[in-house]
Design a protein around this ligand. Structure first.
Ligand code: ZN
Length: 488
């Protein structure tokens, strides 16, 4: 755990060496999905980014409590506290209970995450299950004087807060500029100022999702849930808060303001934001017709898709870019990712067949050092992949007998490759399942018997085995000291 992991902290705008508050514990909170629609390409990137952070922290020996929420109430159609609740709207359109909608899309999200080999978080709290905690926090902010009541709704008093603390510290905004850029007529409703935001909203008579509170029957503002649930499970000071860059303002900025108005300081020490995915250079959006769900990617059923792409191809594609860079989706880029992943997985399989011989002519510590250094440098997954590809070449050279590796070095190489490919990058070899492993062992056994027949100069048996296997679609290639085979 004497790691030198450094992470780019959005709050301080620089890379900082990560030092947890209470090692070996690490508290990690990530904003999860609003469950009112099918999981799409935009969900894949934050999920995979924070999955490799979670995996890497564990690989470094930390005990990580990873909290990722489910937003099932309070996320209105626009961020200015206006419009219908996203889940209620879907429920109304489909004649379902709002919680039926939330459950259905939560299940869909979980299934998509499993396909992407994203590990489940340690705790996955729902906003609707934490109304009491949110009401308690709103009361605290009110009694501390940073909120006001207006017709049964409670709003955060941004101007008053900004006099003591800086509103905008995360996103780099300045309140005066925000005021200058806001037209007073913009749908103000009950708010004193357009940039104030709702902590509690009084429900209109037709609003279905509602709870009693000291102020009105209503529902919490969207930003409240993350403040209340992160503090409940990780304490009022915890290590890392993550999410997509699109959440930085207003969502995360409001979270910091709420926590600070409660306890005098923000809750998270490191804020980490992943960049967005664009599609052929454009932002993804339903109105642009380039909105692609994960299921459409897996089946290839979307007009922009030239073919289907496996979940592991998507994962590999996401990992090929640094999480803070934009990532442009295109068929060409995904096809290249598919080829790259295939090459990597073939090398991993070749590695399992390698035999040690004498003294090493290769330096395994090079791979190990480069992989750790890349991950330590703000989770630089593309650099890890580039180091692994240099070793794909070396593994193939070892296999062709153009280089040598000793027994201990071969053990170490297998450990490092498995650790980074499977445990940390979280890739999975989808061509392998239990049956194909058994099939492989059986083919190897038959080919070992053929080797024995050849040694015994029993050419009839040797040829018969080869011909029968060829007829079954197993192509056998003789090598100097053994054999290769592949399925046609
Ligand atoms: Zn959140």
């Amino acid at each position: 755990m004497d790691s030198t992991l450094s992470l780019y902290n959005t709050l301080t705008r620089k890379k900082e060496v990560f030092v947890p508050l209470n090692p070996p514990m690490v508290g990690l909170y990530v904003c999860g999905p609003t469950v009112y629609g099918d999981p799409h390409l935009g969900h894949a990137r934050p999920a995979i980014t924070f999955d490799i952070l979670f995996r890497y922290l564990k690989a470094l020996g930390y005990k990580v409590r990873y909290v990722r929420n489910i937003t099932d109430v309070g996320h209105l159609e626009n961020d200015a506290d206006e419009g219908e609740d996203k889940i209620s709207k879907k429920a109304r359109l489909e004649s379902l209970e709002p919680m039926e909608v939330a459950q259905y899309y939560t299940d869909r999200y979980h299934a998509a995450m499993r396909q992407l080999n994203v590990l489940p978080p340690s705790i996955e709290p729902r906003a609707s299950g934490h109304i009491i905690e949110q009401i308690a926090m709103v009361s605290k902010i009110l009694s501390n004087g940073y909120a006001y009541e207006s017709n049964g709704s409670i709003y955060f008093d941004v101007e008053k807060y900004d006099k003591k603390y800086h509103y905008g510290q995360l996103s780099g905004r300045v309140l005066e500029d925000m005021i200058a850029n806001t037209r007073e007529l913009d749908g103000q409703g009950d708010k004193r100022h357009p940039y104030d935001f709702a902590l509690w909203k009084k429900a209109s008579p037709e609003h279905i999702m509602r709870w009693p509170s000291p102020w009105s029957d209503g529902f919490p503002g969207w930003h409240m849930e993350c403040s209340a649930m992160s503090v409940k499970y990780l304490g009022d000071s915890f290590d890392i808060h993550g999410g997509g860059m699109d959440l930085m303002f207003p969502h995360h900025e409001c979270e910091i303001a709420q926590n600070t108005a409660c306890s005098g300081h923000g809750a998270a020490r490191y804020w980490i934001h992943n960049n967005m995915i664009t599609i052929n250079g454009q932002k993804m959006g339903k109105s642009l017709g380039n909105f692609i769900t994960l299921e459409e990617l897996y089946t290839g059923k979307h007009k922009l898709l030239a073919q289907a792409y496996s979940p592991m191809t998507i994962r590999f594609f996401v990992l090929q870019a640094h999480y803070r860079s934009t990532l442009d989706f295109s068929n060409e880029a995904l096809q290249a990712a598919e080829k790259g992943l295939d090459r990597l997985m073939k090398a991993v399989s070749t590695l399992s067949k390698l035999k040690a011989s004498g003294v090493s002519t290769v330096d395994v510590s090079d791979l190990e050092q480069r992989c750790y250094a890349a991950m330590d440098d703000d989770l630089n997954s593309p650099m890890v992949i580039s180091a692994l590809f240099d070793w794909v070449r070396i593994i193939n050279q070892l296999y062709e007998g153009q280089a040598q590796i000793s027994e201990p070095d071969l053990d170490r190489l297998r450990k490092v490759v498995n650790l980074f490919v499977f445990d940390i990058l979280g890739l999975r070899d989808d061509s392998v399942n239990d049956n194909s492993e058994l099939l492989g062992s059986l083919i190897n056994m038959i080919l070992d018997m053929r080797m024995q027949a050849k040694k015994d100069k029993d050419w009839a048996t040797s040829d018969m085995i080869r011909d029968r296997l060829t007829a079954m679609g197993v192509r056998v290639k003789d090598r100097k000291d053994g054999y290769d085979w592949e399925l046609e």
